[in-house]
Design a protein around this ligand. Structure first.
Ligand code: HEM
Length: 499
């Protein structure tokens, strides 16, 4: 009996092996010409990454060894890693390479075919419809939500003043989550008051599931994933996440329809619920009611996409910038000076215009995103062969941009490891290759939330700098970078606060 089972298992494995081999045969020949480590059958180079989630140090080590264009195999997926601006331009600038690389597939149970993951006509139509939602006139309206949540954060960290160093990231995460919920859905989740909330936990756990699937080839086939304990975790998280968005959408829709019924005066006032402002969700509902072809399910996909894209990213940006400010006291002093010149002794809230005046702070953020790119990896799957720099990338491969390596390319950034916000002075930026710095990607599928993110990051950083002085226990410290869905520092960002 045991013998038969063993024969069946071996036969099954061989069948999978030959099936995958036939599938990747067309890619193999061209891939061989691209530098990279020797792959093993079935798992490719997965062993290079080991069992730990910290894949980024391996990616960086391999790129230092093989150069700014190299390939790895993860199972039957071919990844071509890229960190040269000319190659990046060819990919991101193209209108033909718009489909996302394979790991985005693992996000789909959560965010479906929202703007981040969709392709073709659906993506084009939704991108066009959503772009006006990020017009500065609309962003301006969110400043109150941002300010009020940041005030809570600033208040919560007060207890650390003159105390030992502490990790600021959990405070920033909850604040960013509150901001995104209120701006996207129009309802507060009050994560800062209730950090154990089911929703907050589910967002975190889903991120982990997606990461694990991306880098562990044995979790990639749906069948094997469904047999793993992670599938149960995913199922539970999705029930929570989708329940929240579904119920908010239904409530807001009812309120919207009621306000339309009550007459144009009320609708003009955007008087949905208790707030005057329209959340992104309301704009989607309005577009639907005005005839744009979008179903309720698609509205949920977009809301979930913004929830996913819109808070961990800004958190990472804020935390790494706080770290850089604490480490570089001269930079902090200059940023504080700029803030003083805007507010004087007044403790009034920052307005949208105040934020526009924070030019130096913007340079500091840009430099932090250069050294610590929040989105550490992003890519495209190509459906036809593409020739770049003499290499022919085969159809079916994943072209993956590694901003960490790109942003530290010595041919484009003088003394690349140095933290120097003046690189982003206008006169110093002139003539720089437009694709050597892409924290928000570039080209047709760049980040739609860039202005929103910059506004939120400036507001958070200036709120902290107006009240506290930042320092590090050890001024020579450097974060140990771990790339989850966004870039993080292992052990968090530990700072000291004084007043
Ligand atoms: C520091 C903060 C942020 C960074 C560094 C960032 C970076 C990026 C990057 C690199 C991409 C391209 C991903 C790819 O090609 O696969 C992207 C796409 C996107 N981002 Fe952001 N993002 C940030 C904040 C936000 C925020 C706050 C929102 C929403 C409110 C947002 C919404 C999106 C969406 C919807 C896309 C997909 C756009 C498309 O494919 O058309 N992002 N972002």
């Amino acid at each position: 009996m045991l013998g038969v089972a063993l024969i069946l298992i071996v036969a099954g494995l061989l069948a999978v092996y030959f099936h995958l081999k036939a599938k990747i045969r067309p890619l193999l020949k061209l891939a061989e010409k691209i530098p990279g480590p020797k792959p093993l059958p079935l798992i490719g180079n997965a062993l290079d990454f080991g069992l730990k989630i910290d894949y980024y140090s391996t990616v960086i080590r391999l790129m230092r060894q093989y150069g700014s264009i190299m390939r790895i195999w993860l199972g039957h997926e071919l990844l071509i890693l890229i960190a040269d601006p000319n190659h990046v331009e060819k990919i991101l600038g193209s209108n033909r390479m718009l489909d996302k690389a394979y790991p985005y597939r693992y996000l789909q149970p959560w965010i479906g075919d929202g703007l981040l993951t969709s392709t073709g006509e659906k993506w084009r139509g939704h991108r066009k419809m959503l772009t006006p939602s990020f017009h500065f006139k609309i962003l301006e309206e969110f400043i109150d939500v941002i300010n009020s949540n940041e005030k809570i954060m600033v208040q919560k960290i007060k207890k650390h003043v003159n105390g030992p160093e502490f990790d600021i990231c959990p405070y920033v995460t909850l604040c960013a989550l509150d901001i995104i919920c209120e701006t996207v859905m129009g309802v507060p989740v009050q994560a800062q008051q209730d950090s154990d909330s089911e929703y907050v936990q589910a967002v975190r756990k889903m991120g982990d599931v997606v990461m694990q699937r991306g880098f562990k080839p044995w979790l990639q086939p749906d069948l094997l994933f469904k047999l793993s304990p992670l599938a149960k975790v995913q199922e539970k998280c999705l029930a929570i996440l989708h329940n929240v968005t579904d119920s908010v959408i239904q409530t807001r829709k009812r309120q919207f329809l009621q306000s339309r019924k009550d007459g144009p005066a009320k609708e003009e006032n955007a008087d949905i619920g208790t707030k005057r402002r329209l959340a992104f969700l309301d704009l989607l509902i309005k577009a639907q009611q005005d005839g744009f072809d979008i179903t309720d399910a698609e509205i949920r996909e977009e809301v979930d996409t913004f929830m996913f894209e819109g808070h961990d990213t800004t958190t990472s940006g804020i935390c790494f910038t706080l770290f850089a400010l604490a480490k570089h006291q001269d930079v902090q002093a200059k940023a504080v000076q700029e803030i003083k010149s805007i507010f004087g002794d007044s403790d009034r809230d920052a307005s949208y215009n105040d934020l526009q005046e924070m030019k130096y702070l913007e340079q500091v953020i840009k430099e932090a995103l250069r050294l610590y790119p929040t989105v550490p990896i992003f890519g495209r799957k190509i459906s036809e062969n593409v020739t770049v720099d003499g290499y022919e990338f085969p159809a079916g491969s994943n072209l993956v941009i590694i901003p960490y390596m790109l942003h530290r390319h010595p041919d484009y950034f003088l003394d690349p490891e140095k933290f120097d916000p003046d690189r982003f002075l206008q006169e110093n930026s002139m003539g720089r290759h437009p694709y050597c710095y892409v924290p928000f990607a570039a080209g047709p599928r760049n980040c739609i939330g860039q202005k929103f993110a910059t506004m939120e990051m400036k507001a958070a950083l200036s709120a902290v700098l107006r009240r506290y002085k930042l320092s590090l226990e050890d001024p020579n410290e450097e974060p140990r970078l771990v790339a989850e869905l966004v870039l993080k520092s292992a052990g968090g960002i530990r700072l000291k606060l004084s007043q």
